[in-house]
Design a protein around this ligand. Structure first.
Ligand SMILES: Cc1cc2nc3c(=O)[nH]c(=O)nc-3n(C[C@H](O)[C@H](O)[C@H](O)COP(=O)(O)OP(=O)(O)OC[C@H]3O[C@@H](n4cnc5c(N)ncnc54)[C@H](O)[C@@H]3O)c2cc1C
Length: 505
């Protein structure tokens, strides 16, 4: 085989996860690493989702890296463009560009048990790495449902995460399929332009008012002059959410009062009782992601918007037919139907120690030790892996905890010395997962009476962390070597077990 480049660490993805990993590796003194990205620029979610109205649901003083504060956030909830610009800025300030390989989609990663390294095939060539950090994002591969007749639809079709900015929606009859976080931002943005909008709603979301406002020049100056004021602001935003999460994880019964607030938000804008009935959820608030908008309901009350309280079932020419038989003639279909979350495509491309892909290993559901390491996939870690998602706070908090774990993983490999790899013990993965699933039982995500994208094909919640961000931070502070087998190249077939690792979980 031709010689190829070898690096100590290959990071995959340039969203918050991949860029954060790169910063953290440099801080740990690791400079021999690359960051592989399939697109032609950095930014992940905030590069790909450029649909009209795209914005964050977490205030930006919390939805940003703790190590890269930004005193100049223009609004309490930033729009996509500002977050994307922030990530470009982080890339420059931390001098990450020399490490980044754009247009380098990872096609396959195969574990070489003899050399203890990953062989990686990318769109721009081959390389190998001692350690892989997979930060390909839980919401990065759009999912479009298999709708009969869609292929023969004569108009325009696109997914919210692949917005076609060359297509002019002005004066068009537009179908919006889905009522998730993206759809509720898109509808108010396109309603004033389109001739009409038909919204296909399988399940109505709970929608709370969005307390968005411009951050004043005085506030920004204060944050610039006295950086601790921005930290205090972040701390408050974090603390409120940290307290709220108890209701989701332990006391879903208390959420009734929040439902009343959401109902009032709806009643303010929707005066028609029939429409209100269509839009009122029949499951506990929080079971699906709570959405924030002060413009969604007012847009739905406009005469050029129709809410079809039924999913799109088939397409016949330019006629869309809902499951309840309602028909609509449209020029364009926008799918706000989410992403491949519990069946992430990267899992098909990772081949572990026993020749199985991660997708095969995860056939019964995704599982990884502390959200990072899957058994049989040595020196391979995911950022925002299984059960690391949040229902109510900033994912950046979880990403930073996982980066702490990554940093200690690298330190542990240094301490072991020589060529070594760490493979999560199946018993440790099972024990971790058992703890997570036990805690999950009483959460609103499992008991709230809804079906959501948090649940996998087997109905198991393999996406959400059923605790506080503080608990996750504590759980990922250190790598416990007892939870791993230490592999050495001298005995490729049989793992050498260090004495220090005898005490399994
Ligand atoms: C519209 C939208 C709104 C959101 N709002 C919020 C919010 O309000 N609050 C919140 O906490 N979270 C929100 N999220 C979740 C958000 O995805 C996370 O907060 C976070 O940005 C994820 O970062 P990441 O780096 O893990 O993944 P991403 O940002 O998705 O980055 C993954 C990167 O990996 C690249 N990649 C994927 N596969 C490959 C491959 N095979 N080879 C090479 N590169 C690859 C992708 O191109 C991408 O650049 C939102 C998500 C979306 C889609």
């Amino acid at each position: 085989m031709a010689e190829h480049e070898h690096v100590r660490v290959a990071v995959v993805g340039t969203g918050f996860g991949g860029l954060g990993a790169a910063v953290r590796l440099r801080r740990e003194g690791v400079t021999d690493f690359v960051v592989l990205e399939r697109a032609d620029s950095v930014g992940g979610t905030w590069r790909d989702n450029s649909y009209p109205g795209c914005a964050c649901d977490v205030p930006s003083h919390l939805y940003s890296f703790s190590f890269a504060p930004h005193p100049d956030w223009p609004r309490t909830f930033s729009g996509q463009q500002h977050i994307r610009a922030y990530l470009e800025h982080v890339t420059d300030v931390f001098r990450l560009r020399p490490h980044i390989r754009l247009n380098s989609e990872v096609k396959r990663m195969t574990w070489d048990g003899e050399k203890l390294r990953w062989d990686i095939e990318t769109a721009s060539g081959r390389l190998s790495a001692d350690l892989v950090v997979s930060a390909t994002g839980p919401l990065s591969d759009p999912k479009v449902p298999d709708i009969p007749g869609l292929d023969s639809f004569p108009g325009k079709v696109f997914h919210s995460a692949r917005w076609d900015h060359d297509y002019d929606l002005r004066g068009k009859r537009v179908a919006m399929v889905g009522t998730g976080a993206s759809a509720i931002q898109i509808v108010p943005a396109i309603q004033p332009l389109a001739r009409n909008v038909t919204l296909f709603q399988r399940t109505p979301p709970w929608v709370m008012p969005r307390m968005d406002r411009a951050i004043s020049g005085a506030e920004r100056r204060l944050h610039r002059l006295l950086p601790f004021t921005a930290q205090v602001r972040r701390g408050l935003l974090w603390g409120i959410r940290e307290l709220q999460v108890q209701a989701f994880t332990k006391r879903p019964g208390e959420l009734g009062a929040v439902e009343q607030l959401a109902k009032r938000n709806m009643a303010r804008a929707i005066k028609d009782p029939a429409l209100r009935a269509k839009l009122t959820p029949d499951y506990r608030i929080g079971c699906k992601r709570i959405l924030l908008s002060s413009t969604y309901y007012p847009a739905l009350a406009q005469p050029n918007v129709d809410v079809v309280a039924s999913g799109l079932s088939r397409v016949e020419g330019s006629t869309l037919v809902a499951a309840d038989g309602t028909e609509a003639q449209v020029d364009a279909i926008v799918f706000g139907t989410g992403f491949h979350v519990t069946d992430m495509p990267i899992a098909d491309r990772v081949v572990g120690a026993d020749g199985r892909t991660l997708a095969e290993a995860w056939k019964g559901g995704m599982e990884a030790l502390r959200g990072a390491s899957a058994a049989g996939f040595p020196n391979w870690m995911s950022v925002i892996g299984p059960n690391t998602g949040l229902g109510n706070s900033s994912m950046i908090l979880m990403i930073e905890s996982q980066l702490n774990y990554l940093a200690d993983f690298v330190r542990q490999l240094d301490v072991l010395g020589g060529r070594a790899a760490l493979d999560a013990r199946p018993a440790a993965v099972a024990a971790w997962n058992h703890r997570v699933q036990e805690r999950m039982k009483r959460t609103v995500w499992n008991t709230g009476g809804c079906t959501s994208w948090y649940l996998d094909a087997n109905g198991r919640n393999s996406t959400i962390w059923p605790g506080t961000t503080t608990e996750f931070r504590r759980a990922t502070r250190r790598v416990d070597l007892a939870e791993y087998e230490v592999l050495r190249p001298s005995a490729p077939a049989n793992a050498v077990t260090d004495e220090s690792t005898e005490a399994a979980v």
